[in-house]
Design a binder for this molecule. Sequence first.
Ligand SMILES: Cc1ncc(COP(=O)(O)O)c(C=O)c1O
Length: 307
Amino acid sequence: MTENKHTTHDAADDIRNADIKIYVNGDILHRDDAKVSVYDSGFMLGDGMWEGMRLYHGKWAFFDEHMDRFFSSCKAISLEVGMNRAGILDALSKTADANDMHHDVHCRLMLTRGTKVKPFQHPSLSQSGPTLVIIMEHSKPVESLLSQGIRLATVPQVRGLPMAQDAKYNSHSKLNCVIASLQADQAGADEALMLDPHGFVNTTNACNFFIVRKGEVWTSTGDYCMNGVTRQKVIDLCRSNGIPVFEKNFSLYEAYGADEAFLTGTFGAQTPVGEIDGKRIGTGSHEMTMRIRALYKDLVAENTASV
Ligand SMILES: Cc1ncc(COP(=O)(O)O)c(C=O)c1O
């Protein structure tokens, strides 16, 4: 690993996370005791879906949007969730209560096709119902990312066509992204900037990617990247606040020459990009990024306010 290495998921250390309790199929267990079978489809094949969500003031931000994506993804791979949205919310609440967690909490909700009767691929071998695991941690993104910005490297690993493995699946198998991340690391960068199959700039291995040029906000068409909840919120916020926003193809030429660039994701909200392939982006002012960040912060506060 490179010195001064960051990731977009750097959180302040929190001693309380050493003793968190984890939801495993209805049981709430200390993290040391929370286990799934080695025959689990998620472990064997990456056959499962997950969501990353954040809890503020006791409320899950953009819960409906996360559930829309989660249930659509599960339906698309014929993975029976085994409960409705209210059931998921109940499981989340039980886990939060068991941990006495209310604010600045990050959750990874994971559902796999469950335990297999034999160590082979066919989905019919998963016969005991799905495995639902909920990990929640006290989590506050580190502030240094805002001033320093993330360093990106363009990597050989690209986003694939939807008929291979649609990038919209938030699947347990993230090998495409993990390979990209390793390549970025080897290039001495924090995170990977990934191109689409035509060579246009698409996304990073863990976040959606935006640039700012002459007061306009650009992001990829959305064809080869995760349909990020935060990405959509940023587009909607730009539209409702008179900021010109475009979902379009653009190349590295336009990314290198951008005034600003930033990443979006549930964890870090909007994270400024400092450099791409060793080239500094803009003057380092991050003015538009910070404006959008403030708008997004207000939106989260509105969404998680108690009624
Ligand atoms: C590859 C990738 N891109 C982008 C995102 C950001 O999505 P969201 O804004 O819904 O957190 C994620 C989050 O899971 C992701 O895995």
